[in-house]
Write a protein that binds this ligand. Structure first.
Ligand code: TYM
Length: 328
């Protein structure tokens, strides 16, 4: 089975990325043949960016993924712009994608509303490129956080439409979101997801934050005025912390509630801070040495791109043939 997922090289990666996506990538290496992970620099350029920084952010992200447990001989890790097949398939898919489909995308609506300068056509096309990323590999499973559900539904729809029109070329992938904490919320504004671009630094926990900073952020996490450590749709802050605690300590949410049934919010927040600081310690400790070796990172990415290209070019040749493009 092929697994595919993508991650943006923007900013520093946070706990939401880790819990929603990265830990699933690591686990996918045991099940997939192969597990394919892509750093999506072409998606990152759909909003304002600094070209000199972009390359560095790709290395940062590659280093975070390796520090988290991706192993280059057990997965394919590469940079999106190294494999031209993605952009070609994006164009081919655009012909079976309705303008209205893209207009409905929540992420486009949110991001375009925030854009002060130009709302690029690239931002509008973002989901089509994302569909191409996955469909180019005929991947069967896409591990992501809950916020990507609509994008995965669209790629399934595009695969179906393409196949109906041109024959059985593409594979409809399945969404895979974590059972617990599929949407990690901002610690200061728990009605909103933790995000790289929205909200303050105190609301998001970076994977590379030192333990002191992590404890402090959880210590000042916003909760409600109640006392009980219990999941409740009315208690977004506490519910979020229970999910995070469950993941960080490898237990169920019921167990976490049972353990803290007699604790106040203050003690619970303190315990979550400790648990998350421990949970992220291996990533934080492994990162600096991996990040320092840019040549090594470049080698991993370019070998990954060679393997990725081999797979994607087969799908592209089939798609072109089915659409009547190029010589017979
Ligand atoms: P990116 O880099 O914005 O997010 C990477 C992954 O992190 C997940 N995530 C979260 N999960 C839980 N709680 C949160 N608060 C949270 N914030 C982010 C995202 O769901 C994502 O899985 N569009 C993709 C990148 C992409 C992609 C692809 C993904 C491009 N092509 C193909 C899958 C397949 C994105 O949002 O990346």
């Amino acid at each position: 089975m092929r697994i595919f997922s993508g991650i943006q090289p923007t900013g520093e990666k946070h706990l939401g990325n880790y819990i929603g996506a990265i830990r699933q990538y690591v686990e996918g290496q045991d099940r997939a043949d192969p597990a394919i992970y892509c750093i999506v620099d072409l998606h990152a350029i759909t909003v304002p960016f600094d070209p000199a920084e972009l390359r560095q952010r790709v290395y940062d992200t590659a280093a975070v993924l390796l520090a988290s447990g991706l192993e280059p001989d057990r997965c394919v890790l590469f940079r999106q712009s190294d494999v031209y097949e993605h952009t070609e398939l994006c164009w081919l898919l655009s012909t079976v994608c309705a303008h209205g489909d893209l207009n409905r995308m929540h992420q486009f609506k949110e991001k375009s509303a925030r854009q002060r300068e130009l709302v690029s056509a690239g931002l509008f096309f973002y989901p089509v490129l994302q569909a191409a990323d996955v469909l180019a590999y005929r991947a069967e499973e896409v591990p992501v956080g809950e916020d990507q559900r609509q994008h995965v539904e669209l790629m399934r729809e595009l695969a179906r439409r393409f196949n109906e029109r041109f024959g059985d070329v593409l594979v409809e992938p399945e969404l895979r979101v974590p059972e617990v904490a599929a949407r990690v919320m901002d610690l200061q504004e728990p009605e909103r997801k933790m995000s790289t671009t929205v909200g303050s630094d105190s609301g998001r926990v970076y994977l590379l934050d030192d333990p002191g900073a992590i404890r402090k952020k959880f210590g000042s996490a916003v909760t409600d005025s109640g006392r009980e450590v219990r999941r409740d749709p009315e208690k977004a802050g506490i519910t979020n912390l229970i999910g995070i605690m469950a993941v960080a300590t490898g237990r169920g949410e019921d167990e976490v509630e049972a353990e803290f049934a007699d604790s106040g919010y203050g003690d619970f927040k303190k315990a979550v801070g400790e648990a998350v600081a421990d949970y992220l310690a291996p990533v934080r400790e492994a990162y600096p040495a991996i990040r320092e070796d840019e040549e090594g990172l470049e080698r991993v990415l370019s070998e990954g791109a060679d393997r990725a290209r081999e797979m994607a070019s087969v799908t592209l040749a089939d798609a072109r043939r089915a659409m009547g493009l190029g010589p017979a």
